[in-house]
Ligand binder design. Structure first.
Ligand code: IVH
Length: 716
């Protein structure tokens, strides 16, 4: 069976803790709400992408649901946040780029979830109220198959197209792959209507999943986490001969476009499907009352382990199609159907150890190493512990017997400790205060407003920590930082993997060391004499660098380009910045001095102190300063008519990239903002500018063209 392993660096953002940990929505200002809403949208979109496009989710269904609920609650409380792009109007993610797209004639929607008998009763009562009926309404109850949904289009009885759900409106054309599934008929038996879209779930049976993973293992290929991912991965193969080797199955349970009705009831349609030669789940049953529905739920749950395929709940649907039509849909789910989900599966085992992983951004994540145990058919030996507060809150100690839960399909979690079984002498877990990878101090940032510590403890050795090194190096060499041509992300990865560049200062000693190397760099693949010469010249050219770029390149948390410039302007030379930051312990005079710099606040001063007080960073900075000479920040043309103004660029610029425009504006002493507000002085608009232009007009803000911008800034 597959081994469940947490992904190498799960970054426990505070958001993953769900709703409880967030401030109550009624306490949020509209601005805070928008910021959180947008952050949530991108987080959810990322999870959708992992789930739908990579078949590799990294959060549990429960955590995902919590994110979505918070998103929906924000949208309800702040209706101005709702747009046509709102996630509440979408199902799933945009289809991936590799397959042809198929627009669904009738959208493929999703289902609402309920988790308890009471919620089922509420659902049934709601349906009755909506229809104004007091007598009981018949529902079908059937297993909810844990696979991926597909729509099969038959024309004159022949399969002409098959599509995945995608975002519900547009899916991927997987016709060739669907044709390899033996139990999906190429031609329907009997008299089918001219157009008939049959929808259902493609899934993989347990036995076939285990055998497939055996084959993957033998071939040294990655294992699938669960049958659903295996089915999705198999169906979404560009080469259908691979799909043909993967045994997939299909249960039909719904329909899309249909040129003539097949029946007046859900059950009637399923019977028709059966006659056409499709498989319909044999556990589908008509239930006359809520009691029948719940009884059938329990019956299905009891058979769950022996079905031979994964199901994750029971779906109830109003049987009468006329009533279904009257009930209709609310945004992305029908009012006439609901999924009654099974509780997450649990097991008890022993916590052998707690290991700390260090992620790309320096976040320390605790991972539980467990005595392997089978949870719902999957062997689990690791579980996420989220963060140190979670360990303390649940009082989890090494040696404890713990209850492990596998919710949905991602990383298993520890629900609670069985205190009675705690071994004598087990001591509370002490979360390390130094990074296990590099030995630097690991700290929790304090939120300046609430005074609360961030849930995540982070390594401060950003310059030298191997876990963070590659990303930091990329940042260091990047265009807006040291701007070393020929040392892009790929090259950094190459030099890092080869052990040639481990720290930023290694970049400047590379040429010297390379002279002693064998083989020489020019003899390696991808490099020639000229490219090596160019690279070394590009590095040498940056031995003199403006101080603000250097500060930015160091990658101190919260110190972006603007703050780097502010610090450079304020301190003038690097040593005074460094000394002040080092001395800037909480409540010190030095801290106050940084805090009062215009635009710089306590978050930045704290991050600076943490960074410069870390001896590992000190040593690396010393090494760097032996290699590079800092120059004053290029003077801002204060005579420029845009100096001190807040500028917004919008629409597509033709002569400048956005980055260039921003850099230019800042060179002329302007401040660049992302959105138009009362504080905006000037809007530079290219073709296609939309809402920002409108807003500028409403607020009476001056709008100029890109050419005019060049004129005004004295550039022609
Ligand atoms: S009915 C308009 N029936 O669950 C209603 N869906 O969470 C269409 N699913 O997208 C869905 N088994 O992929 C229905 N027996 C079943 C199902 C089922 C699995 C999936 C389907 C759907 C998702 C919603």
């Amino acid at each position: 069976m597959a081994e469940k392993t947490p992904s190498p660096s799960p970054q426990p953002s505070p958001r993953k803790r769900g709703e409880g940990a967030r401030p109550p929505i009624e306490n949020l200002s509209p601005l805070q709400a928008r910021a959180e809403f947008e952050a949530l949208a991108s987080e959810i979109a990322e999870h959708d992408r992992r789930y739908y496009q990579e078949d590799a989710p990294t959060v549990s269904d429960a955590d995902y649901d919590a994110l979505r609920r918070r998103y929906e609650a924000l949208e309800q409380a702040f209706p101005e946040l709702a747009t046509a792009q709102s996630l509440t109007k979408k199902v799933g993610a945009k289809p991936s780029e590799k397959f042809a797209k198929v627009k669904h004639a009738v959208p493929m929607l999703s289902l609402g979830n309920v988790f308890s008998d009471e919620e089922v009763e509420d659902f049934v009562a709601r349906v009755g109220r909506f229809l104004g009926r007091t007598e009981s309404i018949a529902f079908t109850a059937e297993p909810k198959i844990d696979g991926l949904s597909c729509s099969l289009r038959y024309e004159s009885g022949r399969l002409v197209q098959a599509a995945t759900r995608g975002d519900g409106y547009e899916g991927e054309d997987v016709t060739a792959n669907i044709r390899t599934i033996g139990e999906i008929p190429e031609k329907l038996r009997g008299d089918a209507p001219g157009i008939l879209e049959i929808r259902g779930e493609v899934y993989m049976a347990h036995e076939d999943f285990a055998a497939l993973n055996e084959r993957q293992k033998a071939a040294g290929k990655p294992l699938f986490a669960n049958p659903r991912n295996a089915a999705a991965g198999s169906l979404r193969q560009l080469d259908s001969s691979i799909t043909a080797q993967r045994p997939l199955h299909f249960f039909a349970y719904a329909w899309g476009e249909m040129s003539a009705p097949l029946a007046q009831t859900q059950m009637g349609v399923l019977d028709a499907f059966k006659h056409f030669g499709l498989h319909v789940n044999p556990l589908t049953k008509i239930c006359a009352t809520v009691e029948d529905m719940l009884a059938h739920y329990r019956a299905i749950e009891a058979q769950r382990a022996t079905l031979g395929y994964d199901i994750d709940g029971v779906v109830y649907k109003v049987d009468d199609i006329g009533l279904q039509e009257r009930l209709g849909f609310v945004s992305r789910a029908p009012r006439w159907a609901v999924a009654h989900k099974f509780p997450a599966e649990r097991a008890t085992t022993i916590l052998r150890d707690i290991e700390i992983q260090v992620g790309r951004t320096g976040a320390l994540t605790p991972v539980a190493r467990l005595e392997p145990v089978t949870v719902g058919g999957v062997v689990v030996s690791n579980a996420t512990l989220h963060n140190e507060d979670e360990i303390a809150r649940k009082d989890i100690r090494i040696g404890d017997t713990v209850v492990v839960q596998r919710a949905g399909d991602v990383i298993p979690q520890i629900v609670e400790v069985v205190k009675e079984k705690r071994p004598h002498g087990a001591r509370p877990y002490e979360f390390p205060h130094v990074c296990p990878r590099c030995g630097s101090a690991a700290l929790r940032e304090i939120d300046a407003k609430t005074g609360e510590a961030d849930v995540v403890r982070r390594c401060t050795g950003s310059l030298i920590c191997p876990a963070q090194a590659v990303e930091r190096l990329k940042h260091f060499a990047s265009r807006n930082a040291m701007d070393i041509e020929g040392l892009g992300d790929k090259q950094i990865e190459f030099f890092f993997d080869e052990g040639m560049i481990k720290t930023a200062s290694d970049i400047f000693t590379l040429a010297e060391r390379e002279a002693q190397m064998s083989p020489r760099l020019a003899e390696r693949e991808g490099y020639g004499e000229t490219s090596v010469r160019n690279l070394f010249a590009a590095i040498a050219a940056r031995r003199k660098i403006p101080i603000n770029r250097f500060i930015y390149a160091l990658g101190v948390r919260h110190v972006g380009e603007t703050n780097a410039r502010r610090l450079a302007r304020h301190f003038g030379d690097f040593e005074s910045l460094r000394e002040t930051a080092r001395a800037a312990a909480p409540d010190s005079e030095a801290r106050a001095r940084i805090d009062t710099i215009d635009g710089v606040g306590p978050v930045v001063s704290e991050a600076l102190h943490d960074f410069f007080a870390e001896p590992h960073n000190e040593r690396e900075i010393d090494a760097l300063l032996k290699q590079v000479t800092l120059e004053p920040m290029p003077a801002v043309a204060s005579a420029s008519p845009v100096a001190g103004k807040t500028v917004v660029f919008t629409g597509s610029l033709e002569r400048l990239t956005r980055d260039e425009a921003k850099a230019q504006a800042e060179r002329f002493g302007a401040h660049v903002a992302g959105s138009v507000s009362k504080k905006t002085d000037l809007v530079v608009a290219g073709p296609g500018a939309g809402s920002k232009l409108k807003k500028a007009a409403e607020l009476g803000i001056e709008v100029i063209s890109e050419d005019e911008w060049f004129k005004r800034t004295g550039q022609g």
